[in-house]
Design a protein around this ligand. Structure first.
Ligand SMILES: [Mg+2]
Length: 290
């Protein structure tokens, strides 16, 4: 890859702006060809997600390859909220690197997985693809109303299990420091999952990892668009802005409450989720006259 300054780069959350939150895969027909067109023109594109490498390999990288991703296109993926990363090439997702310093200790992961499998298998499944964080996902064959009580009870058990092992931990309003007075871990509930992870894993870390990876390959851009459906996705633009680049954040689920920032935050009219993501990519393709 030779040094090239694209007019802009893209930092994209996957579930929401790219993959349908309902189908949990890429369904909008223009998204893959537009991503390939932009990458072919030299636009750096990073997917920044809490998902595992397995998901990104199958649902993003393989789909881009099918759509004709060329050799040398600057495409990168950050998984597990910054804990894992790999390039995307015509061969698919490349070798995955892990941030071992932020990984949950293996014996803790084992204990949490064992608890989930032994007592909560009726409600949740272990995400086997995770290596740095722990994710337990709601079974897709039960209603959310049946999942939530199991999730809450499970999280309480996880809290006790980790505190007993001496881990410094945050869960909602609760905080328990470790013997050194530190709180390196957190339990992070969502409506469809429980994550247990380093407090340092988040979208700003993912953005930082992506910009560093591109910079190390001579790829840069004066403006970085980020797109996402969660409030935490604003952290990508926060990082870009703090780094001194022009940041623009595209909020594809503004009904959750748009955040007030020192950089532009935009929406795609009435469109939301991957329909907004598709319209946003169409605009970028048009901007470059592709
Ligand atoms: Mg999302």
């Amino acid at each position: 890859m030779s040094a090239f300054s694209a007019p802009f780069g893209l930092l994209l959350d996957v579930d929401g702006p790219i993959a349908s939150p309902v189908a949990r895969r890429i369904v909008e027909p223009s998204i893959l060809p537009d991503l390939v067109a932009l990458a072919t023109a030299g636009v750096p594109i990073a997917f920044i997600t809490g998902r595992s490498a397995v998901f990104v390999r199958d649902e993003v990288a393989a789909r881009l390859v099918e759509a004709g991703l060329p050799d040398g296109a600057p495409v990168f993926a950050v998984m597990e909220k910054g804990g894992a990363w790999a390039p995307v090439t015509p061969a698919g997702l490349g070798a995955v690197e892990l941030d071992d310093a932020l990984a949950i200790p293996a014996d803790v992961t084992e204990a949490v997985h064992t608890l989930a499998r032994a007592e909560y298998a009726h409600a949740m499944e272990v995400d086997e693809g995770k290596h740095v964080m722990i994710s337990l996902e709601a079974r897709s064959d039960i209603p959310h109303e049946d999942y939530w009580p199991a999730r809450d009870e499970f999280q309480e058990r996880v809290w006790q299990l980790l505190v007993e092992r001496g881990l410094g931990l945050r869960y909602g309003e609760r905080m328990q420091a470790d013997a050194r007075g530190e709180v390196p871990w957190r339990i992070d509930p969502t409506i469809i999952s429980t994550d247990v992870e380093s407090v340092l894993l988040d979208k700003d870390r993912g953005a930082a990892r992506a910009l560093e990876w591109f910079a190390a390959r001579g790829v840069t851009a004066p403006r970085w668009y980020s797109a996402g459906d969660s409030r935490s996705d604003y952290l990508m633009a926060d990082h870009v802005h703090a780094d001194g680049f022009e940041a623009v954040h595209v909020d594809v689920r503004p009904s959750d409450g748009m955040l007030d920032r020192d950089y532009p935050v935009v929406t795609m009219g009435e469109l939301i989720h991957d329909e907004a993501g598709a319209a946003f990519l169409r605009e970028r393709v048009a901007e470059l006259g592709l």
